[in-house]
Design a protein around this ligand. Structure first.
Ligand SMILES: Cc1cc2nc3c(=O)[nH]c(=O)nc-3n(C[C@H](O)[C@H](O)[C@H](O)COP(=O)(O)OP(=O)(O)OC[C@H]3O[C@@H](n4cnc5c(N)ncnc54)[C@H](O)[C@@H]3O)c2cc1C
Length: 386
């Protein structure tokens, strides 16, 4: 065997596994094979402080470049600041941490994996490498088993002529014109004149027109009274949001017996598309296994993914309301109404740890869309006609 573990894809989920194994099991020989030129790609991964346990916050702390004590949301009917911590991890810090943790020669970049089995990978140059286990973390792949919709966005890190005056992130500014589904602008203030702004859509389709979104960001900056002096960096994403599907069938797709992590394992928050907290949890799970062979890892990650998927059924129901029952220009009302709830409930919702009484509150009161339409749509979906 060339290695103990080969990580196919050097993105978020596999990067965190490499890091956690290096911390807890330094004797395990780990290799990462990444198709892109660098580990981690070009991302800013954010999460709420309470999405992670205290121990998880500790070991991921060096990856966080920015932290805030509060965040805001803005809707046509109300705006609000919530006293919940938020932080951003950058792909540069993840890449640097993983590179520092692995021995020389254990990271291959610019090298696509063209085939894999539970114990081997074939590289684009036809070399074959073997290990006790291969973990597939190559990101979102095609699937017929999950019913998905999309959160798509384009973000620009910009420098401004004058200070923006923000004290924390604006996670959703939905006071912007609603287009192509639910639209909002997401803002992270990195410095007094330095912000990341993202034009974001909850859409039925996964098409994204970069030039159009760039022009929306330019308009947004003007609407905030900001003059852009420099565009430092740009990132874009098309993230899956779950409205339904069969998680066991999803696991039966693809290469049999190959452990999968990250988006490949369906590990993302169905409503927000965030996957950082799930990736941290999977890294802890893998690094804590008594035996690190393909069969043990496969069983553990599949069971974890299936139980997380089942526990999140109510989120998918909420998404069906959002994407199927609400008309595209009504979608913002579902979120506007959600943000009327108390801070603790909002925090549990994001952390994917809601309680039954939370769902009763979320689904009760004055509905943001007509009840009859909501019920008919949900029923049609169950009958396979939506
Ligand atoms: C721009 C952007 C911003 C995001 N922001 C957030 C956020 O703020 N918070 C959050 O929680 N989530 C965020 N997400 C969503 C989610 O966290 C990311 O999509 C996350 O990177 C998914 O992790 P992953 O490990 O499954 O896949 P990825 O991180 O995408 O990693 C997959 C890796 O596999 C590589 N690869 C693919 N095919 C091959 C192959 N054949 N051979 C070798 N390597 C291959 C890719 O190049 C990539 O590096 C964001 C996503 C994007 C795109």
């Amino acid at each position: 065997m060339d290695f103990d573990i080969i990580l196919a894809g050097g993105g978020l989920a596999n990067g965190l596994i490499a890091l956690r194994l290096a911390q807890l099991r330094p004797e395990v020989r780990v290799a990462i094979i990444e198709a892109g030129p660098v580990l981690g790609g070009n991302h800013t991964w954010s999460s709420f402080t309470n999405d992670l346990t205290a121990a998880q916050r500790d070991w991921t702390a060096p990856l966080f470049q920015y932290r805030w004590d509060e965040y805001a949301v803005r809707f046509p009917a109300h705006s609000r600041t919530l006293a919940a911590g938020y932080g951003s991890c950058t792909s540069e810090l993840l890449a640097a941490a993983v590179t520092g943790a692995l021995p020389p020669g254990h990271i291959l970049t610019g090298m696509p994996v063209v085939a894999l089995s539970p114990t081997s990978v074939t590289l684009a140059d036809q070399r074959m490498l073997t290990a006790a286990a291969v973990i597939d973390g190559r990101g979102q792949g095609p699937t017929k088993a999950l019913d998905l919709r999309w959160q798509k966005f384009l973000g620009q890190e910009i420098e401004l002529a004058e200070p923006h005056g923000l004290t924390g992130p604006v996670i959703m500014d939905a006071t912007v014109p609603q287009r192509d589904g639910y639209r909002f602008v997401y803002t992270l203030p990195f410095g007094p004149r330095h912000v990341l702004i993202e034009d974001t859509y909850y859409s039925d389709g996964s098409d994204l027109s970069p030039d159009l979104l760039r022009s929306h960001l330019a308009d947004y900056a003007v609407s905030q009274g900001w003059t852009i002096t420099k565009i430092i960096r740009e990132e874009h994403g098309i993230l899956p949001l779950g409205i339904g599907g069969n998680i066991q069938a999803f696991w039966d797709e693809g290469e049999a017996g190959v452990p999968r992590v990250g988006l490949r394992a369906g590990m993302f928050h169905p409503v927000t598309g965030y996957s950082f907290p799930d990736a941290v949890a999977i890294a802890d799970l893998v690094a804590g296994l008594p035996v690190l062979d393909a069969a043990t890892i496969y069983r553990a990650v599949r069971d974890h993914s299936v139980s997380a998927w089942k526990a999140r059924g109510m989120y998918r129901l909420l998404n069906r309301m959002l994407f199927l029952a609400a008309l595209p220009d009504e979608r913002y009302r579902v979120l506007e109404r959600f943000y009327e709830h108390d801070e603790a409930l909002v925090g549990r919702f994001y952390a994917a740890r809601p309680e039954l009484r939370d769902w009763m509150q979320i689904l009760s009161g004055k509905p943001p869309i007509p009840v009859l339409r909501a019920m008919t749509t949900l029923l049609k979906y169950e009958l396979g006609r939506a």
